[in-house]
Design a protein around this ligand. Sequence first.
Ligand code: NDP
Ligand code: 2IT
Length: 448
Amino acid sequence: MAGNTKVNEFMAMIIAKNQGETEFHQAVKEVVESLIPFLEENPEYQFSKILDRITEPERVIMFRVPWVDDQGEIQVNRGYRIEMNSAIGPYKGGLRFHPTVNLGILKFLAFEQVFKNSLTSLPLGGGKGGSDFDPKGKSDNEVMRFCQSFMTELQRHIGQNTDVPAGDIGVGGREIGFLFGQYKRIRNEFTGVLTGKGLQWGGSLIRPEATGYGAVYFAEEMLKTRGDSFKGKTVAVSGSGNVAQFAVEKVIALGGKVVTLSDSNGFIYDPDGIDAEKLSYVLDLKNTRRGRISEYAKKYNVAYTEGQRPWSVKCDVALPCATQNEIEKHEAEALVANGCVVVCEGANMPSTPEAVEVFLEARILYGPGKAANAGGVAVSGLEMTQNSMRLSWTREEVDARLQQIMKDIHGTCMKYGKDDSGFVNYVNGANIGGFIKVADSMMAQGFV
Ligand code: NDP
Ligand code: 2IT
């Protein structure tokens, strides 16, 4: 097919130019597959070489992050910020601290962020950053010294109207606090340069909850298209961090039963369901004690499977909320075979391309991360608005806006993703729906 040839030609260029960046290739390929047919019908984008430009970061910053550990030994990590696209607003996206972080992973995340942020309808460009620093097993003081060193360099590149980082894997309220403190100290200004801040110093209500809640709101919208809801549904969740925790809370609130959680060591299966009391144990375990999910199994006497992910469990809905490529083809097949009808991604790119194919072929409701997890960055955008106005909205106000944004993103996916048979391909919907505003803005702004 002509479309396939074009995708292959374009991907050959991307792979040659960005060698070894496999996750970046994966993310670009998915978008290009959605976009090529659309671009053929809209040639003005091709003349402007939008695809070539949108896949090239506006700027990549890499830097040394030296810090001293509690034993007095010097440690050296690598810091990054990918400033991907600023056509519709300042660069916006999280910081990831995890030993696996490399350029390719951050470029995939920054690339997806451009489309995701556009889908929110807020004026947010796309970026991502982080470090190969591993916060696990580090003392609070070590984390603080690392964050201070990281920000000592990053601060010269960011600003409330330039680039506004937030959290991601390994970066939560504690890290944002240390990073904000150092930015303020060096720049001598109190501005909304980061989101996910504490409530007493410029943070927004609902920001910690936003990604998990938003993903569940999105799944609920998908279910509605088939006259269904979360009520009585059995739900498998992966991860046990920020996104997973609040996804579980919202599923419980909507009448569903969550039976799994995981971390990088394994997963727990609780057939009775994780209730509010068990969830508060998880919050304490993960956020305060920074323990392992296996402890849940001991405490509640349920099964724990080491080295496995939860997708072999029977469920109606799967909410992957841990990391990229955590659902492989055989796991997708197991989900479908066990009757799973909704896969809604709280994490970024948790399904491999082969897994996505399984979901689309089975015609289940598959919500890709760049649409389904946009609630986090959306409320970050609302935090920026509140900071600019120097006031704070109530919980109800922020939550209502979040719900409306997720509904609107779902509507955009329907608009651009529905095929002739009435099936909604949310991958195409999100990719095309996210692309148009950015591409039009790039064209209006000349060849920059
Ligand atoms: P957290 O650091 O709070 O939690 C991450 C969770 O995922 C932990 O349970 C962690 O287990 C697990 N995990 C991380 N890396 C791996 C890995 N390589 N293999 C298996 N499990 C892993 O991060 P978040 O909850 O914030 O982020 C989770 C996902 O959601 C990520 O994909 C992130 O990009 C995405 N996301 C986050 C947003 C946010 O606002 N925070 C917004 C939109 C998307 P362990 O404790 O063992 O490391
Ligand atoms: O992947 C993401 O959207 C995030 N980690 C949140 C980004 C943000 O700026 O809030």
